[in-house]
Design a protein around this ligand. Structure first.
Ligand SMILES: O=C(CN1CCCCC1)Nc1ccc2c(c1)OCO2
Length: 322
């Protein structure tokens, strides 16, 4: 049941996909960096429900409760949610999964209340799903067998409607031939080696253990401190503030390239590296520090330049310029 679902940009921070859960429409954030499908539920406090569509299990004729099952997730940005679990029929684009584990939020952190999404669809590997006592599978894991090819692709152009294609590659959405990197899924992410980068045309290498993950749930590109300091050293007037790196909006930004796997580089043009006005004539960078660790996070800004292919067959991650 190959299909394509439209991804609508929301305040430049995320892309929302209209998803039907038990016949109820919700705008969900597709996150290739996590493995829980969770929704705002009618059991949330009135304050938490403000501004959101919520899922009401009792109104779905196909909902089945998983008695005693719970979930609780903390994201790297400090946000989190938790609640109970059931199964229902979930349809995305034209792809339907019956008996999909649907995690009902009874608690969400404040950033989700002020966010545009009514929940998340986790599209990383199911080994990091948080449901207890029995871990559950992602929508994609459940849908795979019904797809022509066990893959999905993310097309997320800047400030324009994009799409998630399930089961096939839409050649009208990219140019050239996709290049692929082998993925190691042990950590649950679409993760690959990423050990060198370029600021403009200057090549830098990192320690051999550095990896990258393809993460549609993260807005920006988050890389290690070595990379961000090397990059902003080339931007006159750049400052590392408490909120992250800023620079004069008039600055000319070099491109940033990073290796995906052991062969090809992805290049983010300078234009995409100016995320938004921070204040007055000061702008905020699309490249920010990931904090500690040796894992680069390639978020939506990467997908503003590349069609991303999440192929479970090896597994491997592919990309082609859009
Ligand atoms: O937490 C996320 C993405 N997350 C996806 C689900 C919704 C809430 C935001 N990204 C992220 C990933 C690595 C980080 C980080 C943030 O801050 C420092 O390192």
């Amino acid at each position: 049941q190959d299909s394509s679902a439209t991804a609508v940009p929301y305040q430049g921070a995320e892309y929302l996909v209209s998803t039907t859960v038990g016949g109820q429409k919700l705008n969900l954030d597709f996150d290739t960096g996590s493995a829980d499908l969770w929704v705002f539920s009618s059991s949330l406090s009135t304050a938490s429900k403000q501004g959101h569509n919520v899922y009401t299990a009792s109104k779905s004729s196909t909902y089945k409760s998983l008695s005693g099952y719970t979930w609780s997730i903390q994201y790297a940005d400090g946000s989190g949610a938790s609640g109970t679990v059931g199964t229902d029929t979930v349809t995305i684009g034209g792809t339907t999964v019956k008996n999909q584990a649907v995690e009902l939020a009874t608690k969400v952190s404040s950033s989700f209340v002020s966010d545009g999404s009514d929940g998340l669809v986790g599209l990383s590997f199911s080994n990091i799903n948080t449901v207890q006592p029995v871990q559950q599978k992602t929508f994609f894991d459940n849908a795979k067998s019904s797809l022509a090819s066990p893959l999905f692709a993310a097309y997320l152009p800047l400030n324009a409607n994009g799409a998630y294609d399930f089961g096939y590659l839409d050649t009208t959405k990219y140019s050239g031939t996709p290049v692929y990197a082998a993925v190691s899924s042990a950590g649950g992410f679409w993760e690959f080696p990423s050990t060198s980068y370029k600021v403009g045309s200057t090549v830098h290498s990192t320690s051999s253990s550095v990896t990258g993950i393809a993460d549609t749930g993260t807005t920006l590109i988050l890389m290690t401190d070595a990379v961000v300091s090397a990059y902003y050293a080339q931007v006159s007037g750049a400052k590392n503030t408490a909120d992250g790196y800023t620079f004069p909006c008039s600055a000319t930004l070099p491109s940033l390239s990073f290796r995906i796997g052991s062969t090809s580089y992805a290049t983010i043009p300078g234009k995409l590296l100016n995320f938004q006005v921070y204040s007055g004539s000061t702008c905020y960078g699309s490249l920010q520090s990931v904090g500690g660790g040796s894992q680069h996070i390639y978020g939506d800004v990467f997908f503003n330049a590349y069609y991303g292919i999440f192929d479970a067959s090896q597994p491997r991650f592919g990309f082609a310029a859009i």
